[in-house]
Write a protein that binds this ligand. Structure first.
Ligand SMILES: Cc1ncc(COP(=O)(O)O)c(C=O)c1O
Length: 473
């Protein structure tokens, strides 16, 4: 194991907290080691005991073979209740959403006929199993939304859809980016592969399933756009009604998409945090399922994001040196950390990745707490938080899962930082040009913070995973 000292050094010393511009105590840094488990701090979130993970690691949906990591690319946010809010009527429910609806081939016949009429078996990997799966998914969609059917059947059908269409996103080595940046072994975890283009699908679908199973009729959430689109799609595929709260001033380009999916949009004259409060109040009053972060579903959400860690492990067969994540409420980052925690406890990985949190500069409590060495996240002054079309997904004056994320960053000896709109836009362009991924600029915040560190204190050769989301509009 290579020990790396704060402040950097000739051996590629990295990760110096003082170079982050804040008064944090100097620490010895080392990637959490291959060696004794004793070096891993006992883990709990916000002081609560962490539930022991199941005995065996969850099978990833891919069922991909665990090949050795190679050089080649691998596939693999309390305002007051607003009297003036308007609720637009739900549009016509979306016509059969696209999940799993590729055209079925009519004749994927398993059997062929000899010229003499004798039937023979044809072993054709593109044949009947593909056809059956597609047909199966189409019928599963019909079952999942059919309110006349027993809930158990609908849940089962919905699970098939989730399994086929959510998660299992690609992890690919970004060699062209590496050459441009001068840092080797950058892997892009492209959450744009999810049905609405972001990791939000992971928590939207798992909560829709939970809502369905528990007999809810309607699901509600507040959003800057991405999460609303994800919940709207999950609701439309599970036969749930959906009510999405959106701050009036937000630029979100996803409103139309949300409405087309049959969800009701409530534009409210508040900020994001105010919209969350209104959505939560509505949930309590009308017995809607509350899918907002920071509530009763936190552990479900963290578990869903933990899948990202399992998928990374599936490809790399160990934890990378670091995972860079865009943060707003911090749920995504905290969930990925939980996944790696579970993998480490099971002895699957030899170390922990450093968790790197990136957000809009000076507009996020997690970054603020890190930079000021605060013990916990503190609310920022709402008057100083201004959204732009670029930073919208990331800004908060309150991070609803901020303490979970802050703890993850600290325990893994990671770090946090801010990125400007300009830098995020530049990076998204570079990723498109060099790697062909159309990514949401805001999702490059973690990457920006990783690169900023590399520019100041050269990072050592190791594997770095960057979580990115797609841009659908
Ligand atoms: C594209 C994108 N990336 C990252 C985030 C931040 O996720 P979290 O709130 O889990 O920190 C969001 C939040 O909406 C988002 O839309």
């Amino acid at each position: 194991m290579r020990a790396l000292r704060a402040g950097g050094g000739p051996d590629g010393g990295i990760l110096s907290p003082e170079t982050e511009g804040c008064a944090r105590p100097e620490r010895e840094f080392a990637f959490l080691p291959l060696g004794p488990r004793a070096t891993l701090p006992p883990v709990s979130d916000t002081g609560k005991p962490v539930k022991a993970p199941p005995e065996d690691p969850p099978e990833t949906k891919s069922g991909k073979s665990a090949g050795p990591p190679g050089e080649k690319p691998v596939d693999a946010k309390g305002g007051k209740a607003a009297e003036t809010m308007t609720e637009s009527a739900p549009g016509a429910a979306a016509s059969a959403p696209s999940a799993g609806t590729a055209d079925a081939r009519a004749n994927g016949a398993a059997a062929g006929e000899r010229t003499n009429g004798e039937q023979i078996e044809i072993l054709d990997a593109q044949g009947p199993s593909t056809l059956d799966l597609e047909l199966d998914l189409t019928s599963q969609q019909k079952i999942a939304v059919d309110r006349s059917l027993p809930v158990e059947r609908r849940v089962e059908a919905f699970e098939d859809i989730v399994e086929s269409d959510v998660g299992d996103t690609s992890l690919s080595r970004a060699r062209n980016l590496e050459r441009e940046i001068g840092l080797r072994q950058i892997y892009l975890k492209f959450e744009g592969d999810n049905p609405t283009g972001t990791q939000k699908d992971r928590i939207a679908f798992i909560q829709a399933r939970d809502a369905l199973r528990r007999g809810y009729d309607t699901i509600t959430v507040a959003t800057c756009g991405n999460y609303g689109a994800a919940v709207a799609l999950a609701a439309s595929l599970s036969g749930l009604r959906c009510v999405v709260y959106v701050p009036e001033t937000y630029h979100t380009r996803r409103q139309q998409e949300i409405e087309q999916l049959g969800a009701a949009i409530v534009r409210v004259p508040t900020d994001y945090e105010g919209a969350v409060a209104l959505s939560q109040e509505r949930a309590a009053k009308d017995e809607f399922y509350d899918a907002n972060p920071g509530g009763a579903n936190t552990s479900l959400q963290l578990r869903a994001y933990g899948e990202i860690a399992y998928e990374i492990y599936d490809e790399l067969r160990d934890a990378p040196a670091a995972v860079a994540v865009p943060v707003s409420n911090g749920t995504t980052l905290a969930g990925i950390y939980r996944g790696f925690l579970s993998l480490y406890r099971r002895g699957r990985t030899s170390r922990f990745p450093r968790m790197i949190a990136g957000s809009s500069a000076r507009k996020n409590p997690i970054v603020n707490a890190w930079e000021k060495a605060l013990e916990r996240c503190e609310d920022l002054d709402p008057k100083r938080i201004h959204e732009t079309s670029i930073n919208e997904p990331l800004i908060n004056w309150r991070s609803l899962d901020g303490d979970h994320a802050l703890e993850a960053v600290r325990r893994t000896l990671g770090w946090a930082g801010g990125a400007s709109d300009k830098e995020m836009t530049r990076l998204s362009r570079m990723i498109r040009e060099k790697q062909g991924h159309n990514v949401l600029p805001a999702s490059t915040a973690g990457f920006a913070v990783l690169l900023e560190h590399h520019a100041r204190a050269s990072l050592p050769g190791d594997r770095y995973v960057v979580v990115l989301t797609g841009r659908k509009s």
